[in-house]
Design a protein around this ligand. Structure first.
Ligand code: NAD
Length: 470
């Protein structure tokens, strides 16, 4: 049994979910396999109508679901409302775009008649993390469903409640529960035709290997260690610094595309640190996610809290200074709270800099030349997102072109830089495949061709056996 506690008040149980046995996973995949035929047989228009109705039904429960999400994930209530609103906006955007993006392409000319259709895969397995469970599930479920696939979702056991309610509103959708074991049973199932995964690199490697072993194609949205590159001419107002602070500390720093390393020119480091601390004291309020005014909750688990504290302690042993940020509201001993810190004078080889910290501790790093900046920003195996900050947009775009990341924000970072129409995903070991945009929809279809070469159409003279027609 999954028993999920509230990470802000760990004695409070938010909910329970039975762990799905391998037999239960098999049954769920078979139900999805049965459902997919009728679902795919509906016209695209009818699938869109059904998905729009589901979206409206979810929206009617928006407030209730946001509270549930805040209690299980530890994210402040306004963030949870925002996540659900964004997920619904995305779902509607997919419904709007589907007739154009999924339209078959037909050519009928002197060379013959060619039809390229967008075929669903069949059953799609979706495995998602806990940090933004609703949007990360709908980024997979909605484009998969609109294209005529059926889905089986396995949410993270750390935040399975709200997303299960959301999934229950969707057609041709099954949900299974558990951790790695349940995930393995799902990914390895012979009737699964596509795997969509968001999570960490370690799990990603195992899931990609298991999917590869079955010749099942996969999409991998993995972690990042996003650098923010401040060029010497960057200009940042007080609200700009506040946005920057939240780009690192929203969801207690547990966001794949958070600003995780701040690179600042040496000549402006003092000014930057002062303005950053002042901004944090204005916008960073740590406390219970349901309490008014709170902008940062706890981290997800006791294990995460100890891991992040150890990273900061290690950085301090290596000469770093951890500067406490923001202010506390209420009793922080009741949950998995970590004091947010900006860490200065930390060497580049410290794990806090080299690894994805996934928590509220951000290194401030000083550089001298642009070449050195790019070499340090591009070091490492991860390449999810990054940001470049400059008063000169042309210059920012030129530098952005040299940053090894799937998505580079200019003069902002994290959620405020996202766009529904832009494909999102990593380079290097941050994954492959894309979410959002047209590319995110096309992940869930494969081309199916029907071709009548002109030479063999009724009355055609034919061509020599073995000839290659155009
Ligand atoms: P995780 O990798 O531990 O778990 C993700 C999901 O995979 C969960 O449902 C988990 O139960 C399941 N799982 C874990 N091991 C498995 C295995 N061996 N076989 C099958 N299933 C398995 O990740 P997490 O801690 O929930 O999330 C944090 C990570 O997710 C961070 O690295 C973060 O950067 C990344 N992330 C990436 C994106 C993106 O869009 N690229 C978005 C959000 C989070």
């Amino acid at each position: 049994m999954i028993v999920r506690e509230n990470p802000a008040r760990v004695t409070e149980i938010v909910g329970r979910k039975p762990v799905s046995s391998p037999e239960a996973v098999d049954a769920a995949v078979r139900r999805a396999e049965d459902a997919r035929h009728d679902w795919a047989a509906l016209s695209l228009g009818r699938r869109i109508t059904a998905l729009r109705a589901a979206t409206d039904a979810i929206e009617e429960r928006h407030d209730e679901l946001a509270v549930l999400l805040a209690r299980e994930s530890g994210k402040p209530l306004p963030d949870c409302r925002g996540e659900i609103a964004f997920a619904l906006t995305y779902a509607r955007w997919v419904c709007d775009q589907a007739p154009r993006v999924l339209a078959p392409v037909e050519l009928d000319d002197a060379a013959g008649r060619l039809l390229v259709r967008r075929l669903p895969y069949g059953v799609v397995a979706c495995l998602t993390p806990w940090n933004a469970p609703v949007i990360l599930a709908l980024l997979k479920l909605v484009p998969a469903l609109v294209a005529g696939n059926a889905v089986v979702l396995k949410p993270s056991p750390l935040a399975p409640m709200a997303v299960s309610e959301v999934a229950a509103a969707l057609p041709a959708t099954e949900v299974v529960h558990g951790g790695a074991g349940t995930g393995r049973a799902l990914v390895g199932h012979a009737l699964v035709r596509k795997v969509a995964f968001t999570g960490g690199e370690a799990a990603g490697r195992q899931i990609a290997a298991a999917a590869g072993g079955m010749l099942t194609p996969s999409v991998m949205e993995l972690g990042g260690n996003d650098p923010a590159l401040f060029l010497p001419d960057f200009e940042l107002s007080e609200p700009g610094y506040e946005r920057l602070v939240m780009a690192s500390f929203a969801t207690s720093g547990q966001v794949c595309m958070a600003a995780k390393r701040l690179y600042v020119p040496r000549s402006r480091a003092g000014e930057f640190a002062g303005a950053y601390l002042a901004a944090a004291s204005r916008v960073l309020a740590v406390g219970d996610p349901l309490a008014p005014g709170v902008t940062m909750g706890p981290v997800v688990s006791a294990e995460a809290r100890e891991r992040i504290k150890a990273l900061v302690a290690d950085a301090e042993r290596r000469g770093g200074t951890a500067l406490r940020l923001g202010r506390a509201i209420g009793d922080l001993d009741a949950g998995y709270f970590v004091t947010p810190v900006l860490v200065t004078e930390v060497p580049e080889d410290a794990p806090l800099v080299r690894e994805e910290q996934f928590g509220p501790a951000v290194p401030l790093l000083v550089y001298d030349t642009e070449e050195e900046l790019l070499a340090r920003a591009n070091a490492g195996e991860l390449g999810l997102a990054a940001s470049v900050w400059s008063a000169d947009e042309e210059r920012a775009f030129a530098v952005a072109g040299r940053v090894e990341a799937g998505f580079v924000f200019v003069n902002t970072h994290n959620r405020t830089g996202m766009s529904l129409r832009a494909p999102f995903g990593g380079v290097k070991r941050s994954g492959y495949g894309r979410e959002y945009g047209e590319e995110g929809m096309l992940e869930y279809v494969q081309s199916g061709v029907v071709h009548a070469p002109a030479a063999f159409r009724a009355g055609g003279a034919g061509s020599a056996p073995g000839a290659y027609p155009l």
